[in-house]
Design a protein around this ligand. Structure first.
Ligand code: EPZ
Length: 429
């Protein structure tokens, strides 16, 4: 299994190109199931999760073609993938595939909308909590689907097609909002989604569906309206930049010190986290090129954060911000309100010398003078990258094990950090 070796204590200086967003690319790829025509997606990151989803979609009959690099393209040039679901050959998504990647459960909506039937394995628990799918099922039922749970599978049918409806989510859910939009796009009549997720990835999916001929308005607000259309066509769409990758490197720059330009990052999608970084003592400047993060000399101030749905502080940056706070001059409180078990990084940060106490959904972080390198590992991708961030500021060598978590969500992580002066390398074994 590969490991990543980091020797801490170097500043980061330079440019980090921000890749296309994993959490936008996945639902966009799934949307290709809605049309027999070709959906071309640009700026698709080269990640384990994306490649796994290509295999899952292939199982349903989606052909894909990755456009080759052009002569002179830089290694940072993003991928363009063409997806064609001309014939759906299988409406079942088996346990072996869905259990490895939760987002693949979302195929239930387009399969049901297009084929009148879908049988998709329940995803089960994962390292960040139980993560049920009851709200996704509720949305499909509101749209007229009959849903049965049999032997670990969600079997949804709508022999006469789906009908527009009002769907009010009792809790903000990104996957629920994606599911409702994909299922309602071709339903008969109008749908209103209330308490919809406002995440930029929801806006990106709606924009792509509209290019495919859907009539969706209000994405990015709590109320989304969809006028069902008979069929969707092919389209070309560019995946938005990854705000979580950008936020992660912004935190890394604040942790290590130095001056880093996050090329292509969109500050608007990251405002809450950037505000927290400024409060912690980093300088943040926004330009047409992206977001520039600097910290020179001055120590870090403690900042309390509480995760919340967009535009609040993202749960996907909670672990990374906690790593930063381990070096603050004072105590901070980090509250996780989205997932009930997303503190798996705490034990591992402690191995590097962090002092963190857990009280329910709150982590109390007591800033320390120094962290010291150690062997560590983590159980999900954001937790893993928080260990990389801590290691950048730790004395000596840190070995991060179970690197496959990082490969699920961070494209060319070692190259991007070493390009800015970090001592980081992958050891293959
Ligand atoms: C998406 O997961 C992201 N995944 C997650 O990114 C992210 O942490 C999460 O949204 C929150 O922002 C992708 O986009 C692929 P939710 P999702 O439905 O859609 C509860 C990463 O590291 N809930 O918004 O699955 C749920 O348990 C990841 O890239 C129900 O109770 O999250 C959670 O407490 C991991 N019933 C809350 O809602 C349901 O039916 C929000 O989850 C659905 C969700």
């Amino acid at each position: 299994m590969d490991r990543i070796r980091i020797v801490g204590g170097r500043e980061l200086n330079g440019v980090i190109p921000i890749s296309g967003a994993k959490n936008a690319a996945l639902p966009l790829m799934i949307a290709s199931l809605l049309t027999p025509e070709t959906l071309t997606l640009e700026n698709v990151p080269d990640l384990a999760d994306v490649n796994r989803l290509l295999r899952i979609l292939g199982n349903h009959g989606v052909d894909h073609m990755v456009e080759g690099r052009r002569f002179g393209d830089s290694p940072d040039a993003s991928r363009t993938i063409r997806l064609s679901a001309r014939d759906i050959v299988d409406t079942t998504a088996p346990y072996e595939l869905v259990s490895k990647m939760r987002a693949s459960f979302w195929v239930v909506a387009p399969l049901l909308a297009r084929m009148g039937e879908a049988k998709v394995s329940l995803p089960g628990g994962c390292a960040i909590g139980t993560r049920p799918v009851d709200l996704l099922i509720m949305a499909l039922e509101k749209l007229g689907a009959k849903v049965e749970i049999e032997a670990g599978y969600v079997h949804a049918t709508a022999p006469k097609g789906l009908r527009g409806a009002e769907i009010e989510f009792p809790k903000v859910t990104v996957g629920g909002t994606h599911t409702a939009m994909m299922a309602a796009a071709t339903a008969q009549g109008a749908t209103r989604i209330l308490n919809a997720a406002r995440e930029p990835e929801v806006v990106d999916l709606a924009a792509c569906l509209n290019k495919m001929g859907a009539k969706i308005s209000g994405a990015g607000r709590s109320e989304i309206e969809i006028e069902g259309v008979g069929r969707l066509n092919g389209a070309r769409h560019r995946v938005l930049p990854d705000r979580i990758e950008a936020g992660t490197y912004a935190i890394a720059a604040a942790m290590a010190g130095g001056d880093v330009l996050l090329a292509g990052a969109e500050a608007g999608a990251l405002q809450n986290a950037l505000d927290a970084l400024v409060a912690a003592g980093a300088q943040v400047a926004v330009s047409n090129e992206g977001v520039r993060v600097k910290r020179n000399g001055a120590g870090l101030s403690p900042v309390d954060v509480e995760t919340a749905p967009f535009p609040g502080f993202p749960t996907d940056l909670q672990a990374q911000f906690m790593a930063l706070m381990t070096r603050a001059k004072g105590d901070s409180r980090i509250t996780e309100t989205i997932f009930e078990n997303r503190f798996m990084h705490v034990q591992e940060l402690a191995r590097l010398g962090a002092r963190i106490r857990l009280e329910g959904d709150v982590a109390l972080v007591e800033g320390v003078e120094r962290l010291e390198g150690a062997p560590v590992m983590a159980t999900d991708l954001r937790a893993s990258v928080s260990l990389v961030i801590a290691a950048l500021a730790a004395e000596g060598e840190t070995m991060v094990n179970r690197v496959y978590h990082l490969d699920r969500g961070f494209e060319r992580l070692e190259a991007k950090l070493s390009g800015c002066g970090a001592v980081i390398e992958r050891l293959s074994s």
